[in-house]
Design a protein around this ligand. Structure first.
Ligand code: PEP
Ligand code: MG
Length: 588
């Protein structure tokens, strides 16, 4: 959605600025020049060269420039990336120094008078293809991607083009991209990345979730930002309303700097509630917890006054590694989170890969509908060799503080029982040498599959708690891909039919003495809050940045009034718009 405006520049000239509308994905305002995360055009003309020595010298210069660039990126990324990730840069530098490859490029130029670009492209693609053909050697196959990556960098230098490089960013920027992957976000330095704008994605896409964790203002699903913005143009990202201004002039920048300052003041007000209980106006206590991706996020959760961690997305541990993390590696990570929360509970979700979260080192079959396919608990139940080390690590970590374990994507009672059976096997094994270990673990499941929500009454009998994953529960109930901005209008947490399903889940949990939590994005939605309080949801787990705002709204809401609101929303409203209007009136 693009809107071109003529804005008066200071001094009377006019500047064309462009407004782009997207989905507000992460609170706050980001103001900085654009940094396009889009590969430049690397096509070249095939030429015959006369001066072959000069042509080969161009190759040597391009390779040296690539080596210098990689060394600089590696230097910048130190401290942010682990040793194994940093080693990738060394591997790329080694490829650029390979005498056999250099020799072949030189021969091609000298004997065939091939231009530098074509020679580099041909020889390096040949090397990559050779590695990719080694079907019995997964390690060598994976190196094929490295050679291609390096070839792209060398070609860019030959053509005088700049490749984007997230880990190398060392000045304030707003990142502009088609979409952002979790591995992109893991390389970002929040100190320099002031904002993110993408063409694709919805509020509950993982890119959006990660930008909230990193506290980077973000607008996703703009459809057109990569074709609208150019490198270096001044960008304003309004993560509260989903507005992006491309090529903003001084007056607009000033206006938004003021808005950003006001927002910071508001945040300072909320910050006063950091040690306050999460309590309604009529004194009913709730828990407001944080969603985290790695143990390092615990520090921010504590800083934001979280009453616990309601969702530790353990798959980010796996995605941040180049191998399946061992039981001991996982134990250390879970222990760190539990110890960091200092007596407050931590709920870890077992591995939830598949869907939009692949693992490079665990190839999964190609699927037409990955979100409906082989993912999460479906993989773990078939692969105890992966599942058991995680469960054992979690049970061991529970010795250091209150810990909950929950299973993702459970659809049926049989799946839940199968997961619990594997858990119990691990418990028995560990108790043989450590009597009493794991006695304080709470066992729960996510409610993300429509049938599980409908069948909540039976499932609740078998768990200590539910955690409602509204991101997937909405995706599956509305049959609308959560990452597709074309269908993002179907992300309707306030739809009355959906609200009555949520109420059924909460009531079912309570009927059987189980706790009802929610860890999908709906838990941090300001319009949903009074409705969820009215339904008696016990725990609200959200991006750490939303905790204090939620606590502040909660203290002004009366649960009896909220319950009446739920009744009206479910029985008198027909659309999510009507529910939103009703809640807006209540919030004042
Ligand atoms: C919390 C959820 O899990 P994720 O967003 O990681 O799929 C959810 O589906 O609501
Ligand atoms: Mg989910």
């Amino acid at each position: 959605m693009v809107n071109v405006k003529r804005l008066p520049r200071r001094g009377g000239n006019y500047q064309m600025s462009t407004d782009v509308k997207g989905i507000a994905a992460s609170d706050g305002f980001g103001i900085a020049p654009a940094y396009l995360l889009v590969d430049p055009d690397l096509t070249y003309e095939t030429t015959q060269v006369e001066d072959t020595a000069a042509e080969y010298a161009r190759v040597e210069a391009a390779f040296q420039a690539s080596i210098d660039e990689l060394s600089k990126i590696k230097e910048n990324a130190k401290g942010r990336l682990g040793d194994e990730e940093l080693e990738v840069f060394d591997a790329h530098i080694a490829i650029l120094s390979d005498p056999e490859m250099m020799g072949q490029i030189k021969t091609d130029i000298e004997e065939n008078h091939t231009g530098a670009e074509a020679a580099v492209d041909k020889v390096m693609t040949g090397f990559a293809d050779m590695l990719a053909a080694m079907v019995d050697n997964q390690y060598m196959q994976e190196r094929a991607a490295d050679v291609k990556d390096v070839a792209k960098r060398a070609l860019a230098h030959l053509l005088g083009k700049q490749l984007p490089d997230i880990a190398g960013i060392d000045h304030p920027v707003v990142i502009v991209a088609k979409e952002i992957t979790p591995s992109d976000t893991s390389q970002m330095d929040a100190q320099y990345v002031k904002g993110i704008v993408t063409d694709l994605g919805g509020r509950t896409s993982h890119a959006a979730i990660m930008s909230r964790t990193l506290r980077i203002p973000a607008v996703v699903g703009s459809e057109s930002i990569t074709t609208t913005a150019q490198n270096g143009q001044m960008m304003v990202v309004d993560g509260l309303n989903g507005d992006v201004i491309v090529d903003a002039d001084d007056a607009t920048v000033k206006e938004y700097e003021q808005k950003a300052a006001d927002f910071e003041k508001q945040r300072a007000q909320w910050a006063k509630l950091v040690d306050a209980p999460s309590v309604s106006k009529d004194g009913k206590e709730f828990e407001i917890a944080a969603n985290i991706g790695t143990p390092d996020d615990v520090a921010d959760a504590v800083k934001q006054g979280a009453d616990g961690v309601g969702l530790f997305r353990s798959e980010f541990l796996y995605m941040g590694s180049d191998h399946l993390p061992s039981e001991d590696e996982q134990f250390e990570a879970y222990k760190k989170a539990v110890v960091g929360m200092n007596g407050k509970p931590v709920v870890v979700r077992t591995l939830d890969i598949g869907g939009d979260k692949p693992l490079d080192y665990l190839p999964l079959p190609e699927e037409l509908n990955p979100f409906l396919g082989y993912r999460a608990i479906r993989i773990c139940l078939e692969r105890p060799d992966i599942f058991k080390p995680q469960l054992r690590a979690l049970i061991r970590a529970s010795e250091f503080g209150p810990l909950g374990i929950m299973f993702p994507m459970i659809g049926t009672v049989a799946e839940l029982r199968a997961a619990k059976a594997i858990y119990n096997e691990c418990l028995t094994e560990l108790q043989a040498s450590h009597p009493g270990i794991g006695k304080n673990v709470q066992l729960g499941m996510m409610i993300e599959v429509p049938l599980a929500a409908i069948n909540a009454d039976n499932l609740a009998k078998e768990v200590d708690f539910f955690s409602i994953g509204t991101n997937d529960l909405i995706q599956y109930n509305f049959a609308a891909d959560r990452g597709n901005d074309k269908v993002s209008y179907l992300y309707q947490p306030l739809n009355p039919a959906f609200l009555s399903l949520i109420k059924h889940v909460i009531d079912s949990a309570h009927r059987h003495g189980a706790k009802a939590a929610m860890c999908g994005e709906m838990a941090g939605d300001k319009y949903a809050l009074p409705l969820l309080m009215g339904m008696g949801l016990d725990e609200y787990s959200m991006s750490a940045t939303s905790i204090l705002r939620t606590r502040s709204t909660m203290k002004d809401l009366d649960t009896a009034e909220c319950a009446k609101l739920v009744d009206k929303a479910i029985n008198e409203c027909a659309t999510d718009e009507e529910v939103k209007a009703l809640v807006e009136k209540e919030l004042g």
